[in-house]
Design a protein around this ligand. Structure first.
Ligand code: AMP
Length: 970
């Protein structure tokens, strides 16, 4: 009969609806309404009972008063699903109170559950000797004369291996009625997690508590690695690796990958959604990985396929050709950018030149020069030179963009050739005009007015012609001739300040557009009127020289000031024996009552907050002072509850105080009191100056001796022994949850109910929403939530490792999945460097798979005490052999390839500061590094123990790179 219970698969269930078909003396055969059930009975019988008005049948035996009872009830053969090796048997039964019988008669209140495995149904044959006892079943509640009390108990039958089994119930003199037996196994139900489908998987047995299951991606999803997940013995999925993502063109909708709608696309395998097609693209079909360009729009090869498409640029505008200076064969072309760039910013221009004669145009040929270039221009101008005079030129300027080259080609995303974006202009270019004649218009003692003619005459609106007029005194000594040069824009000039009665030579020439003289010139001689001196001309020359000097001096000073600027740029304590048992605050209906029972109420006016020292899940943690009248001031830590909390959060917050308040031990953080009667709830504890242990050790790497470290561990173990003696299971024991005070005393902290683990950043969510700090948690606690003091011992082993390794992260950078796999395969953490052998042996004991074999906290405290009493016992250092341990950190470069240089390796382990030490010691390649011993590392100048350790670990890891991991014998 199958019951669809979550995670459970029912093998067999029988209850009072069984129908009796026939009966022989001591053997009854039953047929259930749905499942054939055959029960072998000795002394047990079927009785009819009435409970709460309804009638039902039960198997009953009640031979109280008769000595030496041995009554058996056996099930039919129960076939086992091959993978279901762990079976749960849920019993409902009633046991009569022996006190309700005559006190002198023999009477029992328990019965026994037996099982027998078999590969075949043996029918009604019954041999007692073939049955193995599973457990004695004792009732929680016994039934007196009035009223029946039904007990429900679930027992586990583990490690079944044959085709089927029988269950049997042995009565040895009790008065028992068996109402129902439900037999089931647990399975992780088929599920889809992160788009990976995992099949229904029967949960493993205790010694194979985690089953790794391979999954496959749902349709239209893919993953780089095969998705895997663990099925716990409790039928829960935990810690998935390799997640699937919807393929290009598909997006995640619930647990499926759906096609992108038309008009949407998704380019890559990702968790993302389909996005609308970008500008100028079209999405006509569903399931598009990209949207093709609309007609007339294109993409450049460098454009992202997910980006928009662009049109071609329109033509450049306002093309003009100017002859800025008079010069032969040169002109400047300039234009404005196109009105429409097609939505792109990578616009460039090209210039093409044609010379046209008689209406026929041909390319200008290679003679023409372009400055800076004829193509790929980013500025909107170009200088064209080496043009011939008297020719008509046509210049075509074209705008291009990143898509222009594709526009004409048959590319995947472009179908139409582009419309040419060009503008044509023509320029009639001529040489500078000739000077035909020069005349004196006016003369004086110190001035001459001159004018000249040009041929051809300049056209209206034509660019102005510039002239160069040079003059000098005619009779100057030819060795020291002083010329005066004037650039003029008119064909006339008045020259003054000339020497009286002196002959001057004048030469005039038209200038071409680049400013070089061109064309023919004319030279004439004219004389000023007499009675004047030439002093004014000299004065002008001297004035000019002075000015030039001043300019040079200013420039020199400026340069020097610049260059100056440039240069500037440059434990042992008495242990209290706990007498009580921890009370779960949940057992109180009103959690507020629990708080008041276990914690002292403090008035907020007695608390002074001084400084924030940490952040808890519920709010800030402060350091402060507690001033209670009549008591000495004490330094305290104050945990606060942030505003906006819900009542549930307030209760969860205060539950920590309800728990902590029950403990009094040197190594358990002491609760000073609580504030609950005011708006801002607070938990006040003793102040631990050195904060969390993990951080403290990291900050003081290598500063403590093994003796001191073992002393700390002894304290933690003593605290844990106290907790376990009180039947309190911590569940989140880790160095981060141990606090250290000024005397280096370590105290266990972080208590709570629902909040346990919830505020722990190391917690990993399970499918049921719980959180587990995988690398600190015992396998059985991960697998089926078996949190016990023995699982706390496992965590203590990890804390030992953390302490001896000065706060190193357990399992380094391995993923949670890798850690679980390694642990399942019997790998264990290697001994921390310089760890005493005896301490490492204790760690290994804490990490025994079989929890019943792990030491108890009491044993741990005794052993640590022993080690501390004879410090010599700490001198034997544990073997540090990476071949028998799990992966060590930094065994290769990030891509898995070996390191190519010493500096690359040092960088990977963040020890680059020692590069020079290695080089100076002549260690220049990795082969030499691999030869290094711990002594060698010290000798080259690595003194800090933490650094020494990191380097030595890495070298060992490197040596181990090629060898395969071997199972550590534990
Ligand atoms: P918790 O919410 O208990 O994890 O506290 C958060 C952080 O506050 C811890 O990691 C410590 O750094 C700091 N802290 C908590 N309690 C104390 C205390 N009694 N003394 C000193 N620091 C504390």
């Amino acid at each position: 009969h199958f019951f669809p219970l979550r995670g459970l698969r029912c093998l067999l269930f029988f209850q009072s609806f069984l129908e009796i078909l026939y009966r022989t003396s001591s053997l009854l055969v039953f047929f259930a309404s749905k499942v054939l059930i055959c029960v072998v009975l000795f002394q047990w019988e079927v009785v009819q009972k009435t409970l709460n008005g309804s009638q039902f049948y039960a198997y009953s035996v009640c031979n109280v008063g008769e000595p030496e009872q041995d009554n058996w009830l056996r099930t039919t053969f129960i076939q086992r699903r091959p993978s279901a090796s762990r079976i749960f048997v849920e019993l409902q039964f009633i046991v009569r109170d022996c006190n309700s019988f005559d006190a002198s008669v023999p009477c029992k209140e328990t019965f026994n559950l037996f099982t027998s495995e078999s590969d075949a149904d043996v029918g009604t044959t019954f041999r007692k000797g073939q049955f193995k006892k599973v457990v004695t079943i004792a009732p929680d509640e016994i039934t007196s004369k009035n009223g029946m009390r039904i007990n429900t108990e679930t027992k586990v039958v583990d490690n079944l291996s044959r085709k089927g089994f029988y269950l049997a119930f042995q009565d040895i003199g009790a008065c028992v009625a068996l109402l129902s037996v439900k037999v089931y196994y647990k399975a992780c139900t088929a599920t889809v997690e992160s788009l990976a489908r995992f099949p229904e998987t029967v949960a493993g047995s205790e010694n194979q508590a985690l089953r790794e299951v391979k999954g496959e991606c749902v349709e239209n999803a893919q993953s780089e690695e095969v998705p895997r997940i663990y099925c716990t013995a409790d039928g829960e999925w935990v810690v998935q690796v390799g997640h699937c993502q919807c393929k290009p063109g598909y997006e995640k909708v619930g647990d499926t990958c759906q096609e992108c709608q038309p008009g949407f696309f998704k380019a890559a395998s990702s968790d993302g959604k389909c996005e609308p097609c970008p500008a100028n693209t079209q999405g006509l079909e569903a399931g598009a990985a990209f949207c093709p360009c609309m007609d007339g729009f294109y993409q450049a090869p460098t454009d992202p396929i997910t980006g928009p498409c662009s049109g071609l640029p329109t033509a450049p505008r306002d093309l003009v050709a100017t002859t800025t200076q008079l010069s032969a064969g040169k002109l400047l072309l300039s234009w404005s950018p196109p009105d429409d760039t097609g939505g792109r910013s990578d616009i460039t221009y090209s210039v093409e030149c044609q010379s046209c004669e008689g209406g026929a145009c041909r390319p200008c040929g290679e003679k023409i020069r372009y400055e800076p270039a004829s193509a790929g221009l980013t500025l909107t101008r170009v200088t064209v030179s080496e043009l011939d005079a008297h020719l008509n030129y046509t210049f075509i300027v074209e705008a291009h963009s990143g898509v222009s080259m594709f526009a004409g080609q048959a590319s995947a995303r472009a179908h139409k050739p582009p419309s040419t974006s060009a503008l044509t202009t023509s320029l009639h270019y001529t040489d500078p005009p000739k000077i035909t004649s020069m005349t004196v218009i006016e003369k004086s003692v110190t001035s001459l007015s001159l004018s000249w003619d040009v041929s051809p005459r300049p056209r209206l609106h034509a660019p102005p012609i510039r002239y160069e007029l040079t003059y000098r005194k005619k009779d100057d000594n030819l060795d020291v001739t002083t010329y005066t040069v004037l650039i003029l824009e008119k064909s006339s000039v008045q020259i003054s300040e000339l020497a009286p009665g002196t002959a001057y030579l004048f030469r005039v020439q038209a200038l071409s557009s680049d400013g070089s003289p061109g064309g023919s010139s004319i030279e004439e001689q004219y004389e000023t009127l007499h009675e004047s001196t030439s002093a004014s001309i000299l004065a002008a020359a001297v004035g000019g020289a002075v000015m030039l000097f001043i300019v040079v001096v200013v420039l020199f000073l400026k340069r020097n000031s610049h260059s100056r600027q440039g240069a500037e740029d440059n434990y042992f304590s008495k242990q209290l024996k706990p007498l009580k048992t921890y009370v779960d605050p949940h057992t109180y209906e009103d959690p507020n009552v629990a708080v008041l029972k276990f914690a002292t109420e403090i008035h907020p006016s007695h608390i002074t907050k001084q400084k924030v020292i940490g952040a808890g899940e519920f709010g800030e943690v402060y350091r402060g002072i507690l001033k209670v009248p009549g008591r000495k001031d004490v330094a305290v830590a104050i945990k606060t509850l942030k505003p906006g909390y819900t009542e549930k959060q307030r209760q969860d917050f205060l539950s920590e105080a309800s728990i902590m308040g029950q403990f009094t031990h040197q190594n358990i953080i002491r609760l000073e009191g609580v504030v609950t009667k005011f708006k801002h709830a607070m938990i006040v504890t003793e102040y631990m100056e050195n904060g969390a242990l993990d951080r403290y050790l990291k900050d003081h790497d290598g500063e403590f001796s093994s003796f001191q470290l073992v002393g700390m561990l002894r304290g933690i173990a003593a605290g844990m022994k106290y907790l376990s003696d009180m039947s309190y299971v911590h569940r989140d024991l880790a160095a981060r949850n141990i606090l250290v005070n000024n005397n280096l005393e370590c105290k266990v902290s972080d208590f709570g109910l629902s909040r346990v683990l919830e505020d722990d950043p190391e917690g990993t969510y399970t499918t049921s929403g719980g959180k587990i700090p995988i690398r600190w948690t015992a396998p059985e606690a991960i697998a089926y939530r078996k949190f016990t003091s023995a699982s706390d011992v496992w965590s203590f082993g990890i804390v030992m490792w953390e302490v001896m390794a000065f706060g190193e992260r357990p399992y380094w950078d391995m993923s949670n999945h890798e850690v679980m796999k390694a642990i399942n395969e019997a790998f264990r953490l290697p001994a921390p460097m310089d760890c005493p052998s005896a301490v490492y042996q204790l760690m290994l004991q804490c990490w025994l798979q079989d929890r019943s074999k792990r030491p108890r906290f009491g044993d741990i405290v005794s052993l640590l005490d022993k080690l501390l009493r004879s410090p010599d016992s700490l001198k034997t250092i544990a073997d540090f052999d990476p071949r028998v341990s799990i992966r060590l950190p930094s065994t290769s470069g990030s891509d898995g390839s070996p390191f190519r240089s010493v500096s690359e390796w040092l960088e990977s382990i963040k020890m680059s500061q020692y590069s020079e030490n290695f080089t100076c010691a002549g260690i220049i390649n990795m082969d030499q590094v691999l030869q290094m011993k711990n002594e060698d590392i010290k000798n080259i100048g690595v003194r800090l123990p933490g650094h020494l350790k990191r380097i030595a670990y890495s070298i060992l890891g490197l040596k181990d790179q090629t060898s395969t991991l071997s199972v550590f014998a534990v």
